[in-house]
Design a protein around this ligand. Structure first.
Ligand code: NAD
Length: 349
């Protein structure tokens, strides 16, 4: 069965989710929404994604054709033709949208800008795919939380029977996305003064047994977040630095490279590497870990990781669709399928 997927909000995340869904043989994009005519409509037209208006107002729908775009109707029309809707609207407009999805009887997936309380369920592929099987609504956690999940869940699984891990994380966050001219700072470092920050503990919405706190600062860069992470391991963990590196080397969607050997010493080179890989928009779905920044000293593990904020959550959305539709119970199978299809779509396989 092919799952019919609608995307509400065709912005930074929405346009990427649309491509990732279109790449899958068990899914199809039945439509994407825009709030009104803008340059993003051209992309939808070029890709062949049917265009809908985010709203049902006839005047707003008519504005599309007045600007030369074929609009197939409002959100209600899109909902009537899909099995599941991926809400990629800006954070905090979710509650209003969720009511519309529920009324239409359509399953829904929200993004990390919404609170866990909206959906009561959150999602990352490695942490809790199984718990999300068949549910009506979930939230793919933020780019930061997805990044933490990728590297911390395998460590937690290794240490579970010994009492689990305790994590402190400093999140060094990009100020704005590259296409966003409305945010800052542009010449300052801005600490999040509500301490500890909410970012790290959000991981507990998908992996509640990981004890984690965080501090966060925003810095004037647009390309990536960096996490500086300290993990306290329970005694008897049996790991050393090499074993941790080997663990992440065999972890899906984690890319671990030696900074000195490869001359990848900053996020600028990481993003250049991503552009070389050749996915659309130069995306990096993997979490990048500097191998030479990993050090396990006694029971304390130190490492840095970099997050391509615009794209690490994209393959998770595809896996989340399979979870909610109940079409694949095994997260590893879904991850392999998702990633292979995206690679093929980008001409990389
Ligand atoms: P964006 O501003 O780039 O795109 C949002 C799109 O939704 C725009 O096209 C906008 O016109 C449209 N929109 C506006 N109001 C809407 C409504 N009421 N209903 C539906 N669509 C509406 O935002 P984004 O960066 O793509 O973020 C989308 C979600 O993904 C947010 O929850 C955000 O927190 C989350 N997220 C963003 C990033 C990132 O780095 N950009 C990373 C992970 C998660």
């Amino acid at each position: 069965m092919v799952t019919r997927v609608g995307i509400n909000g065709f912005g930074t995340i929405g346009k990427r989710v649309a491509d990732a869904v279109a790449a899958q043989s068990d899914m199809e994009v039945v439509g994407v929404t825009k709030t009104g005519p803008s340059f993003g409509c051209d992309l939808a037209v070029r890709k062949g994604y049917p265009l809908y208006c985010t709203f049902d107002d006839l005047s707003k729908i008519a504005a599309f054709s007045e600007s030369g775009y074929q609009c197939n109707g409002g959100l209600s029309d899109l909902l009537s033709s899909c099995d599941i809707i991926i809400d990629c609207s800006p954070g905090k407009v979710g509650a209003e949208n969720l009511a519309k999805y529920k009324a239409a009887g359509v399953k829904s997936i929200f993004q990390g800008g919404e609170k866990h309380a909206l959906t009561g369920m959150s999602y990352t592929s490695s942490a809790n795919h199984f718990e999300n099987l068949g549910v009506d609504c979930t939230r793919v956690v933020s780019c930061n939380t997805t990044g933490l999940s990728r590297t911390l869940v395998p460590l937690q699984e290794h240490c579970l029977e010994l009492g689990g891990i305790e994590v402190n994380c400093v999140m060094i966050r990009r100020a704005a996305d590259p296409g966003d001219s409305s945010k800052g700072p542009i010449n300052a470092i801005k600490p999040v003064l509500k301490v500890p920050s909410h970012h790290g503990p959000d991981l507990m919405t998908v992996s509640p047994e990981i004890a984690i706190t965080s501090l966060a600062v925003a810095v004037p860069t647009t390309i990536m977040h960096v996490h500086a992470i300290t993990v306290n391991l329970p005694s008897g963990h049996g790991l050393d630095t090499e074993k941790v590196i080997a663990m992440w080397n065999s972890t899906a969607r984690v890319l671990i490279m030696n900074g000195a050997d490869t001359r990848i010493t900053t996020t600028a080179e990481v993003m250049e590497l991503a552009r070389d890989i050749g996915r659309t928009w130069g995306d990096l779905h993997e979490i990048f870990v500097w191998e030479d920044g990993v050090s396990l000293q006694s029971d304390t593990l130190y490492y840095f990781q970099a997050i391509h904020q615009e794209s690490d959550v994209i393959p998770e959305n595809v896996d989340a669709i399979r979870a909610l539709m109940g079409s694949e119970a095994d997260w590893r199978t879904s991850v392999d399928r998702t990633d292979a299809a995206i690679a093929e779509f980008n001409g990389l396989s």
